[in-house]
Design a protein around this ligand. Structure first.
Ligand SMILES: [Zn+2]
Length: 316
């Protein structure tokens, strides 16, 4: 006990000394303890992600699939700053990467009770049989990762009848767990500390490979534990699952965030989001990487039509 305390104090002293030395520069630019933070969302990041995608040995995934378990119908002005009154369909999705002999799930769907919390009083489309397919896929997956700790992405691993079995192969980040335990979006998705211990909890600086062809990319802003997922398929097709950095691809193309009022309601960090959106736009312009926001029903249908994503999950 005593030794742990001593070590901690020494680390704190070292940290404060480091901070003092670097007072003229931001820690993110120069902190030697966090070398990957040298260029947050810099031009070299995509090359780093491509290298990191090869770090976990094994055959790359062969296809990306998705399923829509529910929809929210909102005016575009709630989704995009300066948007019109025109109605926009936000798909509530989960994604699946298919390998030759296994699957990896990205996000976890939600049960109908959690879905109702997003309706703001309105009854909106929900497909229980599709969420059942997500549950089946979560149990069968070799690995589950979660883009962020909001109910429509995480409820399926928190409120499942198979929670413990799924938790045993689910990776959560430290920031995601902290939110779920201390300040969940809704009491329905709160984790107790002892439940949290059932998951594999990780922390990383900027990006982290978790499976062949799959790299997590830290992107706090929409929530503290928000991350994107870079994917490289065996065919060479690459995706950046940008989760909720923007709700539509238009947000990236036009460099437009959610309106201030929506950001205030979510309590998101607009400065952080601005950097992330700019980087996504540079990726779009400078590469063939397919940027996939979680909720853009129009873009997902377009990708499906072009054979770049498959609708429906496999349980093989
Ligand atoms: Zn979302």
């Amino acid at each position: 006990m005593r030794r742990t305390f001593a070590t901690k104090s020494a680390a704190l002293i070292l940290l404060s000394m480091t901070t003092a030395w670097l007072s003229s520069a931001t820690a993110a630019e120069t902190d030697p303890l966090v070398p990957q933070a040298a260029q947050p969302y810099g031009d070299g990041l995509l090359a780093q992600l491509r290298r990191a995608a090869t770090f976990v040995p094994g055959a790359l995934p062969v296809e990306l699939r998705y399923i829509t378990v529910a929809e929210s119908h909102r005016p575009r002005r709630v989704v995009l700053d300066g948007g019109s009154d025109e109605s926009y369909v936000q798909a509530r999705t989960a994604f699946q990467l298919v390998y030759d002999d296994s699957t990896l799930m990205i996000d976890a769907g939600m049960d109908e009770e959690v879905h109702r919390t997003f309706g703001m009083g309105a009854v909106e489309p929900y497909w229980p049989e599709r969420n059942a397919a997500v549950q089946e896929a979560l149990v069968a997956a070799s690995l589950v990762v979660i883009t962020h700790e909001h109910g429509d992405h995480v409820a399926g691993i928190v409120r499942s009848p198979n929670r413990r079995a799924i938790a045993a192969h689910t990776v959560l980040t430290k920031a995601q767990v902290e939110t779920l335990v201390l300040a969940p979006q809704s009491p329905l998705i709160r984790l107790t500390p002892s439940q949290a211990a059932d998951y594999l909890v990780i922390d990383y600086a900027r990006f982290h490979p978790v499976a062949p062809g799959v790299v997590l990319v830290k992107a706090p802003g929409h929530t503290p534990g928000h991350q994107m997922v870079f994917v490289q398929l065996n065919s060479g097709t690459e995706y950046l699952l940008s989760a909720d950095v923007t709700w539509t691809l238009d947000g990236v193309v036009d460099l437009v965030q959610r309106p201030q009022a929506t950001s205030d309601r979510i309590r998101e960090d607009r400065d952080a989001l601005k950097l992330q959106i700019r980087w996504l736009k540079r990726v779009l312009n400078a590469s063939d990487v397919i940027v996939v926001p979680s909720h853009d029903s129009v873009h997902l249908a377009d990708l499906e039509g072009r054979g770049l994503i498959v609708e429906g999950l496999t349980s093989d």
